[in-house]
Design a protein around this ligand. Structure first.
Ligand SMILES: CSCC[C@H](NC=O)C(=O)O
Ligand SMILES: [Zn+2]
Ligand SMILES: [Zn+2]
Length: 426
């Protein structure tokens, strides 16, 4: 028991050490994080290399060589960056990794999203190694930069690289979300980001004059139309008809209009231009043609002097024209193995879900690879990107055992031969 306690204490202090590295945008300490991961990898005798697709943005790639390197490998992905935090709004500073002695909560930016997962992979490997386990398939771990700002200089370049090709990856694990209930959550796809700017123009005029076709009026009508659409989508979720990832979300994220003056804005001038920005998330199964038509005809009608521009417009289709989804039935052995491995480690599971935001998993799915989103955090409020993000230490430790079970199952998996397949069908 004494040993176990001191072992848990070292596991938790390694987690805290990683959390204390400030990898928040816009100036993440990527090199410090890379050094930390590299030194952890050394202690596990894993091969490590730094891929620097863009200068100053290291991606750490680790390899636990399998006994049969010709089999497709396993990739365990996590991002090293985190979103910024408003220090004064937290109960404990976001990069102190304070462990509350009574609750066992560890407070830090990145404790849920997703430094927990990155280190849990490594701790699970440490435990598997000391139990004498040897992987049949090669297990890779990638610690990637820039996920929070779109992953273009991280996972996107990695997935397109020759290094990646040479890894012969068969399946990818990436992040999921915390679950407030007993059930862990598994994600088989994600919504696609469309960042839309609606622009209105109109006749400028005196602030005292009532007249039609002002930029502000034109924009407000669109905002009202978008708001009604948003409410209808949200109602489907509130009524329990759809899950969060199954509806189109639209949130207004900026408003820009007015004529600046030294004291603020000119108050008696109706401006000739006004803009509003929206973060739209589109489920992979959505009817995108009708959404596009809605935007052009109802949200930005030319008849009201409106135009629109996409700042980001992901596709829900891969290069074969297929919706970007990972199968979650018996056609995907990795899905079945994952569920079984979690259950055999006493984890309970909810229904497969669409990830409501965007993650790096899409870059791997786009290649046609199965990628599954999973972060082992049950009984935990969803606090990613929020103030006072925390993860309970026991939940963190439990997650390590879950990954031991998963990595063991994945790294040992042998595809049934054709013969066994046909027998199973009989
Ligand atoms: C358009 S890529 C943005 C990626 C980001 N990922 C996590 O929050 C997101 O907003 O979902
Ligand atoms: Zn994340
Ligand atoms: Zn995030």
């Amino acid at each position: 028991v004494e040993d176990e306690n001191s072992n848990s204490r070292s596991i938790i202090s390694r987690f805290q050490e990683y959390l204390r590295i400030n990898t928040a945008h816009p100036n993440p300490s990527y090199n410090e994080a890379a050094d930390f991961i590299t030194s952890e990898a050394k202690s596990l005798s894993l091969d490590s290399q730094i891929l620097e697709f863009v200068k100053g943005k290291p991606l750490v790639l680790l390899k636990w060589a399998g006994e049969n390197p010709s089999l497709p490998s396993i990739l365990l992905n996590s991002h090293t960056d985190v979103v910024p935090a408003e220090f004064h709004k937290w109960d404990h500073p976001p990069f102190d990794a304070h462990l509350d002695p009574s609750s066992g909560h560890i407070y830090a930016r990145g404790s849920q999203d997703m430094k927990c997962v990155g280190l849990q992979y490594l701790e699970a490997i440490r435990n598997l190694q000391s139990s004498g386990f040897r992987p049949l398939r090669t297990v890779y771990l990638s610690f990637v930069p820039d996920e929070e700002i779109g992953g273009h200089d991280g996972a996107e370049k990695f997935a397109g690289s020759d290094t990646f090709k040479s890894m012969n990856v068969g399946v990818v694990l990436d992040e999921g979300l915390a679950s407030p209930t007993e059930n862990y959550r598994l994600f088989y796809g994600e919504r696609c980001p469309w960042w839309l700017v609606l622009k209105a123009t109109g006749a400028p005029g005196h602030g005292a004059k009532l007249y039609d076709n002002t930029a502000m009026e034109n924009l407000l009508k669109s905002i009202e139309t978008v708001r009604r659409f948003r409410a209808a989508q949200f109602d489907l979720v509130k009524a329990g008809h759809k899950a969060e990832g199954e509806v189109i979300s639209v949130n207004m994220v900026f408003l820009k209009a007015g004529t600046p003056s030294p004291t603020g804005f000119v108050m008696n001038l109706q401006p000739s231009e006004a803009q509003a920005g929206f973060d739209i998330r589109v489920p992979p199964t959505a009817d995108v043609v009708s959404l596009e038509r809605r935007i052009a005809e109802e949200w930005a009608p030319a008849t009201r002097n409106m135009t629109f521009e996409f700042k980001q417009k992901g596709s829900i289709y891969d290069k074969f024209g297929k919706q970007i989804l990972t199968a979650f039935d018996s056609s995907n052995p990795w899905w079945v193995l994952l569920e079984d491995a979690i259950k055999s480690a006493n984890g309970e599971l909810g229904k497969p879900e669409i990830f409501p935001a965007s993650t790096d998993a899409r870059y791997f799915r786009e290649l046609g690879l199965p990628a599954i989103g999973f972060s082992p955090m049950a009984n935990t409020p969803i606090l990613l990107h929020d103030h006072n993000e925390f993860l309970n230490k026991n939940e963190y430790l439990r997650g390590i055992h879950i990954y031991e079970s998963i990595i063991k199952a994945y790294a040992s998996y042998v595809e049934p031969t054709k013969d066994e397949d046909s027998r199973a069908e009989l």
